[in-house]
Design a protein. Structure first.
Length: 325
């Protein structure tokens, strides 16, 4: 017989990712957000509710840090077996998490964990050595990390956190990692010159990318309590899309007017527009320090091109000179 637990009644539950932690059901907004338990049962199930339109939600589960399943959810109620027929009484570490990034252009999307069912007990989950927060774009969201090399369509099934670099770092460094990421976004502008697609604009909210009435009711647009989870390091992996914008056509953006990162016929980037990217990076570092006063701030860049490296280095140096940080 399996005992059913409301998600907030699960003893020793560990929650991963920014969310409204006292909510029942528990919303999972960000990629790699999820739950972790140490369970002694022979069987464990997770009960879920989800909604989506075009981009279906994918989730993954691990037992003792080995990937056991990766699957698409159906709209409505879902019940997933995380393990069964295992030795009762033996502790199994289980993680269940969201693979799909927050989808800024799909406000209908939501994923809720309603409860767990097992025939065992839930024991305490150990704390990791480090806590890292990663702020990034499609690289951090794991776009294209599944599928054949020639499959380059922009689809939910090719986006994952189970194969991202932050997942690898989590294992290698005995760390708990969070991802605040959105494909195509930058520190100043998106890849297509959409100026509203910059990560600093939404950083201070629980999940500023999760829009629409349903997500707002779940607390996505609330100001985030930065004291609730203090990272040892905040890792910023932004700049790839800002660089791309110099090669894309301009566009009209509501609230910003006509936006275009300019370059000449030889591909040389306009110095004034490079300065805008640099200033945006400096301002973001100031915001990150304000919200994370004790964390190491580390800007990483170059996984997919490195043309903006001088600009980002200049931003870090200018920030250090101005603040003494």
């Amino acid at each position: 017989m399996l005992k059913t637990y409301d998600i907030q009644e699960v003893p020793n539950l560990k929650i991963h990712g920014r969310t409204t932690e006292n909510a029942s059901p528990l919303p999972l907004f960000w990629t790699h957000s999820g739950i972790e338990v140490n369970c002694t049962g022979s069987e464990l199930w997770v009960d879920l509710e989800c909604e989506y339109d075009f981009h279906e939600i994918w989730v993954a589960s691990e037992v003792n840090r080995a990937l056991m399943s990766r699957q698409m959810l159906y709209p409505g109620k879902n019940s997933i077996c995380l393990f069964r027929s295992m030795e009762k009484g033996k502790v199994k570490n289980v993680r269940f998490y969201r693979e799909l990034q927050a989808m800024n252009d799909n406000p209908e999307i939501k994923l809720l964990v309603t409860g767990l069912r097992t025939d065992g007990d839930f024991l305490p989950v150990s704390e990791k050595k480090y806590r890292f927060e990663f702020i990034g774009d499609s690289i951090t969201s794991g776009e294209g990390s599944y599928g054949a090399r020639e499959d380059t369509e922009w689809l939910a099934m090719y986006m994952s956190s189970s194969r991202t670099y932050e997942n690898l770092i989590e294992r290698m460094m005995d760390a708990d990692c969070r991802a605040i990421s959105q494909g195509g976004w930058g520190v100043y502008t998106g890849w297509d010159n959409n100026r509203s697609h910059n990560m600093p604009r939404i950083y201070t909210r629980v999940c500023g990318l999760a829009t629409g009435p349903a997500n707002e009711a779940l607390g996505a647009q609330q100001e985030y309590d930065f004291s609730s989870w203090v990272p040892d390091a905040v890792v910023i992996n932004l700049g790839t899309n800002d660089e791309c914008s110099f090669r894309m056509p301009g566009m009209e953006v509501e609230g910003y007017g006509f936006c275009k990162s300019r370059s000449d016929e030889n591909g040389c980037k306009n110095p004034e527009d490079l300065e805008k990217v640099k200033n945006a990076a400096v301002d973001f570092l100031k915001l990150l320090r304000q919200k994370n006063p004790t964390s190491l701030l580390l800007w990483v860049y170059g996984m997919m091109g490195h043309d903006l490296e001088p600009t980002l280095r200049a931003a870090v140096n200018d920030y250090k000179k101005e603040t003494g940080d």
